[in-house]
Design a protein around this ligand. Structure first.
Ligand code: PGA
Length: 243
């Protein structure tokens, strides 16, 4: 069975005090799923020393040097980050990250053992023109180019339809499972040894009210959650749904 994940993506939200109060309010979490939060990188150290894994929302493909404003993956790891989001749709659309930049980041994260969460997903236009999986397949193909995935826990894939992110419009469990099943087949074909065990997360308006039916789908192994991960009580409910 692929590992189950609940990952929160805090984007550019929360003041320092709000970060601290989230962790004060967070009760002990039980279960054998992987629970993590990706806060703003600037808050990373404040989030350590608790039972959640901590990640970054983006990394540079370079380890160090003249890259003003970038997040060094080496420094993120050094501070205690365990995972990083790669190719989130906001990085792709607002910051114009293309598949080759995303691929370079993914390879660097793997080299450094910083678990990469590769995000893929189609726009509404692509879905309406029947090209949802073509888009995703191309993102996987280019994003994973050259990656030597020997263990199912080397990488996580997150399917996040762009039209469902932050819009309140969740993909129905059927729509999400349809894409997840296609991603699963693609991975099994490409990586026969480990493809069936790689965790596939769904993201896009996941909340306590819909997480259970999403997680009940055969190929949905967890969730990447924005808005509903910001409050401790809501995040805890998402985690409890994995039991
Ligand atoms: P959302 O964001 O849960 O607020 O839709 C998900 C994401 O962007 O990862």
């Amino acid at each position: 069975m692929p590992q189950t994940y609940i990952l929160g993506n805090w984007k550019m939200h929360k003041t320092l005090e709000e970060v601290k109060s989230f962790f004060r309010e967070l009760p002990a979490l039980s279960g054998d799923a992987y629970f993590g939060i990706a806060p703003q990188a600037i808050h990373l150290t404040v989030c350590l020393n608790n039972e959640l894994s901590i990640g970054v929302q983006n990394i540079s493909a370079f380890e160090s040097g003249a890259h003003t404003g970038e997040i060094s993956p080496v420094s993120a790891k050094d501070l205690g980050a365990n995972f990083c989001l790669i190719g989130h749709s906001e990085r792709r659309s607002i910051y114009k990250e293309d598949d080759s930049a995303i691929n370079a980041k993914l390879l660097k994260a793997m080299e450094l053992n910083l678990l990469p969460i590769l995000c893929v997903g189609e726009t509404l236009e692509e879905r309406e023109s029947g090209k949802a999986f073509d888009t995703i397949k191309a993102q996987l193909e280019k994003g994973l180019a050259g990656a030597e995935i020997e263990d199912a826990n080397d990488i996580v894939i997150a399917y996040e339809p762009v039209w469902a992110i932050g819009t309140g419009k969740t993909a129905t469990p059927e729509i999400a499972e349809d894409i997840h099943a296609q991603i699963r087949s693609y991975l099994i074909e490409r990586l026969p040894e480990v493809g069936s065990e790689i965790s596939l997360l769904y993201g896009g308006s996941v909340k306590p009210e819909n997480v259970q039916e999403l997680l009940a789908q055969e190929n949905i192994n967890g969730a990447l959650v924005g808005g509903a991960s910001l409050k401790a009580d809501s995040f805890v409910k998402l985690c409890e749904a994995t039991r």
